[in-house]
Design a protein around this ligand. Structure first.
Ligand SMILES: Cc1cc2nc3c(=O)[nH]c(=O)nc-3n(C[C@H](O)[C@H](O)[C@H](O)COP(=O)(O)O)c2cc1C
Length: 192
């Protein structure tokens, strides 16, 4: 059975802590038999969603590309930064555009529905971005996704990785990989 997971971070920053955490969670999914497609939201620049712009110009090309990627995937694996207790604007904007109707008038929301999702987060603060993570979980739930309970918030993340982007704490490494593994296992069950 093929299990396709689309992985992306809600940060476009080079040296993003969330990107590093995402890569480790993705390893867990790969070890459990999933195929993981990594994308960088910086490669999908989108204007801020605006109904007038959409009415005039339709769905941006990059949003259509994101729709195709979500449509081809069985699950999403997201690493979400915490900005003032919420998630990043770039992440929300990408999700909002992806859910809009395409050129044929078909809603993009259907591509999310009844698929699995997992969220991890990293922050230099002690809570590891857990408030933002909670907020994005609600958005994914609203999109009709099955957000798995397994998650991880990496606090003091600026001190957590070595130069090769590995987590210094072996227990944390295992817990992050376990999130990816749990997502793959959920996909396996959903696909029967
Ligand atoms: C506008 C803004 C607000 C932030 N608010 C929080 C916050 O409420 N809690 C927190 O833990 N970190 C907060 N941070 C710090 C981010 O977690 C930190 O910059 C983190 O490295 C961003 O993720 P990245 O490394 O993946 O880019 C904030 C950063 C910015 C730029």
């Amino acid at each position: 059975m093929t299990m396709k997971i689309l992985a992306f971070a809600g940060s476009t920053r080079s040296n993003s802590l969330n990107q590093k955490l995402l890569d480790i969670a993705a390893l867990g999914a790969i070890e459990s038999g999933a195929q993981v497609t990594h994308i960088h939201l910086g490669d999908y620049p989108l204007p801020f969603y605006d109904g007038d712009l959409e009415g005039k110009s339709g769905l941006p090309e990059k949003a259509a590309a994101l729709q195709d990627l979500v449509a081809e995937s069985d699950a999403l694996l997201i690493a979400s930064p915490d900005y003032n207790g919420g998630y990043s604007a770039v992440l929300k904007n990408a999700l909002d555009w992806t859910g809009r109707p395409n050129g044929d008038g078909h809603s993009g929301l259907a591509h999310f529905a009844n698929k699995a999702a997992a969220v991890v987060s990293a922050s230099p603060g002690p809570l590891g971005g857990s408030r933002g993570q909670l907020a994005i979980r609600g958005v994914l739930d609203k999109l009709g996704m099955l957000v798995i309970p397994q998650s991880f918030s990496l606090g003091l993340a600026h001190e957590a990785f070595d130069k090769t982007h590995r987590l210094r704490d072996a227990r944390a490494d295992a817990m992050v990989r376990a999130v990816g593994a749990a997502l793959a296992e959920t996909v396996r069950k959903l696909k029967g």
